[in-house]
Design a protein. Structure first.
Length: 753
């Protein structure tokens, strides 16, 4: 008995102890899970709070909240007019959410409530219904059955819809609208687009409403590009955002990083495997846990030779845009760590634009951030952070004279006056174009002076967006390009007016200011053929035909769904004129365009164009494009990868001059190292075309801190060259030619580490 008792007692003890142990184990796991932190948890938590605050019916960019408010009005109000307005707002919010059929049902319901003879009330609803049908057609065809030709203007061949039902309904609605108002330019443009999707353009378009496709490239100087993003798995569909194409693991092959401004959509990192495939390393790198980011750019803030990432958030969002930016340190092992707080860069301002440069020439990169102050709301002055050389920054904008308080949409830096210090140009929605001259003394305090008026940049006060410094005419002096963003209606109206050769004022103009070498600039826009409209959001420049003259590509649009206009490519003709070659190049995507990167991604010596597509709303998300350059000619080129030692490691701000003879005529090409324009990032490696020259006479590198010039005589061509500051021996290397056309290579998935 005692044995049995002792055994039974012991067994009970074991059971109790086992139960307690089990409970402790479960508690341990619960506590562990509760405190398990993802990479960059602090920033993740901040972004989650921002996302919660974003959901407000007063926020025009939160259609989910608008729908809820409208439903509450519809369910409770006895005021008929109030209910009708709620239905109208709900229909448009559903369209913004991508619920096209639900929106169509509401707009058709509203039409039944409006007397047939009440044209003034019917027209807005008819327009909403028509665009809802166009969007439904896009979803069924361009999105659900996406192909390389989808939404490429002018739409033809494989870009035409297989299911034409929605587009045909839109056409009938536009016929009604134009019968009531033949001067309705918006409806006229959109009807022509709808006819293109059905294959009825131009023959079926009523002659009085036909709009001809313009094409400056009548000589077909540019061969058509092909969108191969889907082949490579680089066509991720999301909302507006930024792009960087650059080498983040120092293997020589450029990787692709994208972001979305939506606080529910994460960043993506596609690592180039150097064999024609990419690996999705988003989660293993830690980037896949970070959301938001209307624009992104690379830097090397700590001079360790690894490219870091700066993410800009909150642009356009006003009081709902008080969202932190992120500085992401490249750890060199495939991961990134958010160091925003410890670096001293943690602030809460709406922004989408910044520029990294060594403003005090101490060999370390600083950052100027252009914030957005909405009239009538809280002030958000621009910020200038000087690098403390220890991983931290100090904000000095007010002290340095650059604490601008405007609705800033673009900033760029470059040494326009050749005094050895990088200056700043600022583009704003207030209409001001601001040039800040860097008058810092060697080893002295940083000081900027507003010289906009003296420079001749205050004559035109139209609103503007992306901008950049560049030397478009290869005279050795930096010029300025800035894109107008002035509109009062949907961009379809302006596109129709341009097609009719009757542009509506200065709306959407591209401005080119030529450096006159004396501190002033001349507006040469009309003189060089840039009296065109674009309404650019994303933008960047590169040399698509290796002639040594920089071309540029604009991602166009605005948040309105009726703003269906093509992105545009402009070719530089010998630094004297620009041609709109969008049609012949087949790169005129009608969807919203944002971050743009020029890069020779397949290593064939020709620069391709990667663009981050997508609009402000969930229903305006779209697949990204990689426009592969087929090779325009047999021109030659050289790629220069620079490394600073005394100057900043990334060599940003370093000046390049390449001299050669083409057809027995000596000429030179000039570059200043940067990532390009103010919306989208090119590689810091500089791709330089040398035209038909079969040799380079010399390469001259002027380093920013010391001003020393390194000269390399008779370097090789059609190859990649590494140049290190103060080392007079250049290094050459070659990369494997990659096949992006066959579609044999799928995106390689990466398992989380």
């Amino acid at each position: 008995m005692s044995y049995l008792f002792n055994y039974s007692t012991q067994q009970r003890r074991y059971k109790v102890h086992g139960f307690i142990f089990s409970m402790l184990l479960i508690a341990f796991f619960l506590v562990s899970c509760k405190h398990t932190t993802l990479p960059n948890q602090y920033m993740i938590d901040l972004l989650k709070v921002a996302a919660q605050n974003f959901n407000n019916p007063d926020n025009v960019f939160s259609p989910e909240s608008v729908v809820k408010r409208c439903d509450a009005v519809i369910d409770s109000s006895s005021n008929k007019e109030e209910v009708i307005n709620a239905f109208d707002k709900k229909g448009n919010a559903l369209l913004q959410l991508g619920e096209e059929q639900k929106a169509i049902d509401i707009f058709e319901y509203l039409l039944k409530k409006i007397p047939p003879g009440d044209i003034l009330q019917r027209q807005p609803v008819l327009k909403d219904l028509a665009i809802a049908y166009i969007r439904l057609g896009e979803r069924k065809n361009c999105i659900n059955m996406h192909g390389a030709e989808s939404c490429i203007y002018p739409i033809s061949k494989n870009g035409m819809h297989q299911d034409k039902t929605a587009a045909e309904k839109a056409i009938e609605l536009y016929k009604i609208l134009l019968a009531d108002d033949p001067g309705d330019l918006e409806s006229r443009w959109l009807m022509n687009i709808a006819y293109m999707t059905t294959g009825g353009y131009p023959q079926q378009v009523p002659p009085q409403f036909l709009l001809k496709v313009s094409n400056d490239d009548t000589l077909h100087l540019v061969k058509p590009f092909t969108d191969v993003a889907a082949n490579m798995g680089l066509n991720f569909k999301c909302q507006a955002g930024g792009s960087i194409v650059d080498d983040f693991n120092n293997d020589g092959y450029p990787d692709v990083i994208i972001s979305s401004w939506a606080l529910t959509e994460p960043m993506h990192y596609y690592r180039n495997n150097g064999n024609g495939t990419f690996t999705d390393a988003s989660d293993s790198s830690g980037l896949g846990y970070l959301t938001g980011g209307l624009n992104i750019m690379q830097t090397d803030y700590n001079n360790d030779g690894l490219k870091d990432i700066f993410v800009l958030r909150g642009g356009w969002k006003g009081n709902y845009g008080k969202i932190p930016n992120s500085l992401l340190r490249n750890n060199g092992d495939g991961t990134f760590t958010d160091v925003t707080k410890e670096s001293g860069l943690l602030t809460f301002h709406p922004s989408q634009t910044a520029t990294w440069a060594d403003f005090n020439n101490d060999g370390w990169l600083d950052v100027f951030i252009g914030n957005e102050t909405t009239p009538g709301e809280a002030l958000h002055p621009c910020e200038l952070y000087l690098n403390n050389k220890n991983g931290t920054f100090t904000e000095i904008a007010a002290k340095a004279g650059c604490s601008i308080t405007e609705f800033v949409k673009g900033v760029t830096s470059g040494d326009y006056d050749k005094n050895g210090f990088p200056d700043i140009f600022i583009s704003t929605l207030n209409g001001n174009k601001i040039l800040l001259k860097n008058e810092s003394a060697k080893d002295g305090a940083v000081k900027f002076t507003d010289v906009s008026e003296q420079a001749g940049l205050t004559k035109n006060q139209s609103r503007s967006f992306p901008t950049w410094f560049w030397d478009y005419d290869n005279d050795g002096w930096l010029d300025i390009l800035v894109c107008g963003y002035e509109f009062t209606s949907s961009l379809a109206s302006y596109a129709a007016a341009e097609a009719l050769q009757s542009p509506l004022g200065n709306a959407g103009r591209v401005f080119l200011f030529r450096n006159k070498h004396d501190g002033t600039f001349e507006d040469v826009s009309a003189k060089v053929g840039l009296n065109k409209i674009a309404f650019a959001m994303g933008a960047n420049f590169g040399d698509i035909d290796n002639d040594g003259y920089l071309d540029f590509y604009l991602g166009t649009g605005n948040p309105q769904f009726k703003s269906i206009v093509p992105n545009k490519l402009f070719k530089n003709i010998n630094g004297t004129t620009f041609l709109d070659v969008t049609t012949s190049a087949r790169v005129g995507n009608l969807q919203k365009g944002h971050g743009v990167s020029f890069v020779d991604l397949d290593n064939d010596g020709n620069e391709d164009i990667y663009i981050k597509m997508g609009g402000a709303y969930k229903g305006d998300a779209y697949e990204n494009s990689l426009y592969l350059n087929p090779g325009q000619n047999h021109n030659h080129w050289v790629n220069l990868s620079l490394q600073g030692t005394v100057s900043n490691r990334a060599a940003i701000g370093t000046k390049i001059k390449v001299t050669f003879k083409e057809n027995n005529v000596e000429r030179a090409v000039y570059r200043e190292v940067n990532s390009g324009a103010s919306f989208g990032s090119n590689p810091l490696l500089q791709h330089i075309g040398i035209g038909q020259a079969t040799a380079i006479e010399k390469i001259e590198i002027t380093w920013p801190v010391t001003g020393k010039v390194q000269v390399f005589d008779n370097p090789p061509i059609d190859i990649n060259i590494k140049i290190k500051e103060d080392y007079n021996q250049l290094t050459t290397y070659q990369l494997a030619r990659l096949d992006f056309v066959s579609g044999k290579h799928a995106l390689v998935e990466c398992l989380p580490k």
